[in-house]
Each structure stands twice: as structure tokens, then as C-alpha cells.
Design a protein around this ligand. Structure first.
Ligand code: GAF
Length: 389
């Protein structure tokens, strides 16, 4: 366990002891993620390529009487308690507690006998930065409850259940990527996920061996209308698939894109479809390059993905566009916004020796435009959800 992980785990443990006056039975950690490429493709049954961050959410937990759940969070310092009534139907617990109650609800809906539990949550995954803090919370709680209750729920089935919690209990219409990443990623690998079949392939992504680094830059842009815009993009994609007579946009072959676009009624819908179909193709091309060990070559695909999100899917904001442009001008091999959009983070693939200079160039460009100074860190692909020793 790195010092950073030990620290979060320690905070969860001491939080548990302070809140409940006893030691937890165990600690379960689940990471945030960045998506290397494949944005807004998951709910179109397409392809994504995320990897887990060395930033994690830890749930320290122990069982208590059945049908009672108590959760303390270091972030708010508050404790949320709920029982069988609150998890009988979505919407009865709101705020951050909904992510926990949603997991209990989804487990019970799936027929599992969920143990009552006390939990204490600590995290170093920044909230609202597009690094999947919600899925990390869901996964830390889910893996804790599965282990504490001895539930029969293999890891490959856990993302779908956590997604149900988010879609139906919390009410956010997200795809399957974030929950899959936080649960199924492996150290040193990116997770190539077919979001229709949920088949995964762990693609080696050894940055150190190639002298490269991934710089994650938090744009610090406030999420402007992110929830409504996300739902609108999803609705447009689903409507377009219906107009094209396919189950999902994944079923539009890149080779037939022009024909498909010609059958759509308006320019906006055509742009949204073009993003999804070309983005799926870019994921496949990135995977092919990585399988061949040609990591440097993926830079152009990352940058093309950003242009597609900016020009066709219209989900970027000036801060992230500025970060991408400045990173590329300072020598990044490729750069793109990662996550749902309207703010959040940018990732840049850089020569490791250039990381500081690229980060400094972004900071300077921000200052020139009067934006709040960005945060940054370099990251390596880390493990998915685990029980800590
Ligand atoms: C968010 C969602 F939660 C994911 O499911 C995915 O759609 C992503 O935005 C965009 O690729 O993180």
C-alpha cells in the first residue's frame, strides 16, 4: 500500500472508531478512473478504455443488526442512517447517502440478503472533477457489503448492479464505464470494455517502460448544466439509433457512416452520431496500437477524440479546451478531456521528462485567460476495488 493509500485507509479506520467506538471488521478500497479514450460511447453499447487511478475511496465497515445501515463520511462529517423503508424504493435517501442506499437497494432488488452495516468513508478522489468519485463510493460500499454478507456476486456482475443503483436510485442516467473501471481495472493495464457484452481485455499500458507519463489536469471548471446536458446527449443518441433502425449507435459501421448521416434529419443529430461512431473507431485503433506496444502513436487519436467532443458532441468548455491546446503546444503527444464533460479533467500523454513543463504551460495559459489555477498530477494505471489487508 502506498503512503497515500495508507493515509486514506487510516482516515477511514479512525473515522470508524470515532463514529462507532469500535474497530471496523475490514476496509475496502475502490479507485477513481480516467478514461484514456471512448467518451459517451458506453450508453451507445460501444467501446471504452479507462484505467484506475491511484486515488481511492475507502469504506471501513462492520456488520450491525439486519436492515440498519449507518454511514459516516469524512467529507461532510455527517452520519446518515437508514433502514428497510428507505431502501424499499428509490428516492427515499438523497444527497451523498443515496449512493450508499442505492447499492443496498440494488442488492436487495437482485435478491441478495444484505447484512446491516456501519460504514465510515474517506476518499482522496476529488468530487465533481470527472474522475468517477460516485462509482468509487458505490464500489467501495458494494464490495464491503458483498464480503461482509458472503454474498454470491462475482466481480464481473458487480458493475451492472452498481450502475442500477446510480441510474434508478440516485437517478443519474450514466452508462456502465465508471462502475466497470472502478471494479475491474488492473494495475499496469487499461480496461478495454465492450459495453454491450461486458467482455473485457486488460491491455498492458506500461508508461514507465516507454518513458511516458499521463498528466491529469483538473480544469477546475464548474460543471455547467452537466446533468441535463448529459441526459440530452444520451436521448439524442437513442433517438438517432431509432431513426437509423439499429439497436444502438454501436451498430452503425464506420464504413457506412456517411450513408447513415444522410438519413438523419438535422445537423445537430448528425454531429452527435458522427462523434459516437468515430469515437468507437478511435478506441479500436488505440487498442490495436497498444497491443502492438506502440504507445507513442496513440497521441493523435487522443487529440482527435478531443476535437470530436468539442466540435461534434459539444461537451467541452473553454477551460478544458485551453488546457488541451496549451498541453499540445508545450509538447504533449496527445491530450483530451476525459469523462462526461462540461468541465472535469484533461489527460495529456507526455514524455515523462516533459511533464512539469507541460503542466507549467497549462498554468500559464490559464493565468492569461483569467481562469482559476488548475491542479495536476501524474498517474499510473492502478488496481480496481480490493479489500485492504
Ligand atoms: C460519465 C458517465 F458516468 C459514464 O457512464 C460515461 O458515459 C462518461 O460520462 C462519458 O464517457 O462518466
Amino acid at each position: 500500500m502506498s503512503d497515500r493509500h495508507r493515509d486514506v485507509a487510516h482516515r477511514a479506520t479512525t473515522g470508524f472508531q470515532t463514529a462507532y467506538g469500535e474497530a471496523p471488521a475490514g476496509r475496502w478500497a475502490a479507485p477513481g478512473r480516467v478514461n484514456l479514450i471512448g467518451e459517451h460511447t458506453d450508453y451507445n453499447d460501444g467501446f471504452v478504455l479507462p484505467f484506475a487511478l491511484p486515488l481511492r475511496t475507502v469504506a471501513a465497515a462492520a456488520t450491525q443488526a439486519d436492515d440498519a445501515w449507518t454511514v459516516w463520511s469524512e467529507l461532510t462529517g455527517e452520519t446518515v442512517a437508514f433502514g428497510a423503508d428507505e431502501v424499499a424504493a428509490p428516492g427515499r435517501v438523497t444527497g451523498w447517502g443515496a449512493y450508499v442506499a442505492g447499492v443496498v437497494w440494488a442488492l436487495r432488488e437482485a435478491g441478495h440478503r444484505v447484512p446491516g452495516a456501519r460504514l465510515a468513508i474517506a476518499s482522496d478522489v476529488p468530487l465533481g472533477a470527472g474522475l468517477s468519485s460516485s462509482a468509487a463510493l458505490e464500489a467501495a460500499v458494494l464490495t464491503a457489503l458483498v464480503d461482509l454478507g458472503g454474498l454470491n456476486l462475482p466481480a464481473e456482475d458487480q458493475p451492472r448492479l452498481a450502475q442500477r443503483a446510480e441510474n434508478h436510485y440516485v437517478g443519474a442516467p450514466t452508462g456502465i464505464m465508471d462502475q466497470s473501471a472502478t471494479i475491474r481495472c488492473r494495475t499496469g493495464h487499461a480496461l478495454f470494455l465492450d459495453c454491450r457484452s461486458e467482455q473485457v481485455e486488460h491491455i498492458p499500458f506500461d508508461l514507465a517502460r516507454t518513458g511516458l507519463a499521463v498528466l491529469v489536469i483538473d480544469s477546475r471548471a464548474p460543471h455547467r448544466h452537466a446533468d441535463g446536458e448529459y441526459a440530452a446527449r444520451r436521448a439524442t443518441c437513442e433517438r438517432a439509433a431509432g431513426l437509423l433502425g439499429v439497436p444502438a449507435l454501436r451498430d452503425v459501421p464506420a464504413s457506412e457512416l456517411d450513408d447513415a448521416l444522410a438519413r438523419l434529419p438535422d445537423d445537430e443529430t448528425r454531429r452527435r452520431v458522427r462523434h459516437v461512431v468515430t469515437e468507437d473507431q478511435r478506441v479500436l485503433e488505440t487498442v490495436a496500437l497498444l497491443r502492438d506496444g506502440r504507445i507513442r502513436r496513440i497521441g493523435g487519436l487522443l487529440t482527435a477524440s478531443h476535437a470530436s467532443m468539442r466540435d461534434d458532441f459539444a461537451i467541452t468548455v473553454p477551460e478544458v479546451d485551453t488546457a488541451v491546446e496549451a498541453a499540445l503546444a508545450a509538447g504533449a503527444l496527445g491530450a483530451r478531456m476525459t469523462g462526461g464533460g462540461f468541465g472535469g479533467c484533461v489527460l495529456a500523454l507526455v514524455d515523462a521528462a516533459d511533464a512539469d513543463q507541460v503542466a507549467a504551460a497549462v498554468t500559464t495559459a490559464y493565468a492569461q485567460r483569467g481562469f482559476t489555477a488548475p491542479d495536476h498530477l501524474t498517474v499510473t494505471p492502478s488496481t480496481g476495488a480490493t479489500r485492504l489487508p
